[in-house]
Write a protein that binds this ligand. Structure first.
Ligand code: AMP
Ligand code: GLY
Length: 417
C-alpha cells in the first residue's frame, strides 16, 4: 500500500515509525515531514495546510490511504475534500471537527448531552464576558473559541487579569477570528490525563491513556508549551477510574455524536481531569496528541496501518487494540528560548551513538542540511524510553539523553519522576 502521512512533528515521526513496521506498507510519503521521517519514507515538500496540493499529490501518486496528524487540515475540511475526489483518508469530517475547532460549540455539545465538564458560559460581547467573569471566583479560565496552536487558554488569577485577557482575546484579537468568541469557565482542580480512542463511525475502541507535561520547567513551573514530555500508561489511573471515565464520558460522547447524526471516523483525543466530582472533559481533540503519540504507538501490540484500514473499512469492532505491558516515557529536547524566541539551524550530534540502545528517538523539529541533522523548531527531539516499569522507562530515556547534543538544548529532568 502507498500511504501519505500529513504533518511534520514528533507525533508524525512516531506514526511513520509505527506504520513502517507493517508488512502491508509498500511506500510511505510524509508531507512535509522532518529529518526523522525521511529515514522511513519520502518527504514531500507540501505544507500540511495546502489541502488542494495534498489532494493533487494523492491523486497523481495513486495513494491508497492518507493519514492526517495535525488538527489544522482536519478543521479546514481535508476529509471532505479527499472524499469528494474519491481518495481514502482517515480523519473526521469538517462538520464533526467542531469538537476541537470551536470550544464554544464543543462546550454546548457537552452541556446538551450531559457530559461532565467545567461550568461555563460563551460570549461574543466583551462587556458581557467581563461582567460574567466578575461574578466568578478566581482563578477564571478563559478560552479562545477557535484554533490557537495550543495557546488559546488563559488562567486568570484575579478579576483584573481576567479583564485583561478578555481584552487581549476579544478586542485586540490576539488570535484573529479564533478569539472573537470566548468560553469563560470555572477552574477545575485535579489531575490531568488523556485518553485516545479510535472510531470508524459505527464502533469505537480505546487505544490507551497518556499524560503530558505542558510546563517548560521542572516542578510544573514556567510557561505552557506544546508539551515537554509524556508518559503512558497514566500510572495513577486505576482500572476502576478508567471504567468510570468510559461510562461517564467516552460512551456518552459517541452516543451524543450518533444522536446528532454525526459520524466520527478517526482518532478522538479526550483531554480530561480527575476532580473531586470524578472525571471531567477539559477538551476534545480530533487527532492523536503530541507528545502523547510518541509514548502510545511504541506500546501498540497491533499493526498501526491495520488499525487505520479497519477504521477506513468500518471493521473496527473485530479489531484487537491490545497494548504491550510496557511503560513509555518521553522527554522532549527543546531549543533554548522555546516557547518564546529561539534560534534554528544548530547541528544535532550524537544520534548515531544511540543506534542499538533500547530507546527510540523521534524527530520533532529537525531538518536535513548538507546531510547533517539540524534544529528547525522549538521542540527538536523526543527521546522515548520503554521498560517493564515507569522507573525503567524513565531511566532508559534519561541515560540516553546526555549522548545527544545541540547548542542551547533544554529539557526537563523530572518527567515521570
Ligand atoms: P485545553 O486546551 O482546553 O485542554 O486547555 C489547555 C490546558 O489548560 C489544560 O490542559 C489544562 O491544564 C488547562 N485548563 C483548561 N481548562 C481548565 C479548567 N476548566 N480548569 C483548570 N485547568 C484548565
Ligand atoms: N499534547 C497536547 C496536544 O496534542 O494537544
Amino acid at each position: 500500500m502507498k500511504v501519505l502521512l500529513i504533518g511534520s512533528g514528533g507525533r508524525e515521526h512516531a506514526l511513520a515509525w509505527g506504520m513502517a513496521q507493517s508488512p502491508k506498507l509498500s511506500k510511505l510519503f510524509i508531507a512535509p515531514g522532518n529529518a526523522g521521517t525521511a529515514q522511513l519514507g519520502e518527504n514531500v515538500p507540501i505544507s500540511a495546510e495546502n489541502l488542494s496540493e495534498l489532494a493533487q499529490f494523492a491523486r497523481t501518486e495513486k495513494i491508497d490511504l492518507t493519514v492526517v496528524g495535525p488538527e489544522a487540515p482536519i478543521v479546514a475540511g481535508i476529509r471532505d475534500l479527499f472524499e469528494r475526489e474519491n481518495l481514502k483518508i482517515i480523519a473526521p469530517t469538517q462538520r464533526t471537527s467542531f469538537l476541537e475547532g470551536s470550544k464554544v460549540h464543543a462546550k454546548a455539545f457537552m452541556e446538551k448531552h450531559g457530559i461532565p465538564t467545567a461550568r461555563h458560559a460563551s460570549f461574543e460581547s466583551f462587556e458581557r464576558a467581563v461582567t460574567f467573569a466578575r461574578t466568578m471566583q478566581p482563578p477564571i479560565v478563559i478560552k479562545a473559541d477557535g484554533l490557537a496552536a495550543g495557546k488559546g487558554v488563559a488562567i486568570a488569577q484575579s478579576h483584573a487579569e481576567a479583564e485583561q485577557v478578555l481584552r487581549e482575546f476579544m478586542i485586540a484579537k490576539r488570535f484573529g477570528a479564533a478569539s472573537q468568541r470566548v468560553v469563560v469557565e470555572e477552574f477545575l482542580a485535579g489531575k490531568e490525563f488523556s485518553l485516545f480512542v479510535a472510531s470508524d463511525g459505527v464502533s469505537w475502541k480505546l487505544l490507551g491513556t497518556a499524560q503530558d507535561y505542558k510546563r517548560l520547567l521542572d516542578g510544573d513551573r514556567g510557561p505552557n508549551t506544546g508539551g515537554m514530555g509524556s508518559i503512558s500508561p497514566v500510572p495513577w489511573l486505576t482500572e476502576k477510574m478508567l471504567d468510570e471515565t468510559v461510562s461517564k464520558i467516552v460512551a456518552p460522547t459517541f452516543e451524543a455524536l450518533r444522536n446528532e447524526n454525526l459520524s466520527y471516523e478517526g482518532i478522538l483525543y479526550f483531554g480530561l481531569i480527575w476532580t473531586e466530582r470524578g472525571p471531567c472533559v477539559l477538551e476534545y481533540n480530533v487527532r492523536f496528541g503530541d507528545p502523547e503519540t510518541q509514548v502510545l504507538v511504541p506500546r501498540f501490540n497491533f499493526d498501526l496501518l491495520e488499525l487505520y484500514l479497519a477504521i477506513a473499512e468500518r471493521r473496527l469492532e473485530s479489531f484487537e487494540t491490545q497494548l504491550k505491558p510496557l511503560s513509555a516515557v518521553c522527554v522532549v529536547l527543546a531549543s533554548g528560548g522555546y516557547p518564546e524566541h529561539y534560534e534554528k539551524g544548530f547541528v544535532v550530534e550524537g544520534l548515531e551513538a544511540l543506534k542499538g540502545e533500547r530507546v527510540l528517538v523521534f524527530h520533532a523539529g529537525t531538518a536535513l542540511k548538507d546531510s547533517a541533522v539540524v534544529t528547525s523548531g522549538g521542540r527538536v527531539l523526543n527521546v522515548v524510553g520503554l521498560g517493564a516499569s515507569v522507573n525503567e522507562a524513565r531511566e532508559r530515556a534519561y541515560t540516553a539523553i546526555p549522548k545527544i547534543s545541540f547548542q542551547r538544548m533544554h529539557y526537563r529532568r523530572d518527567i515521570a519522576a
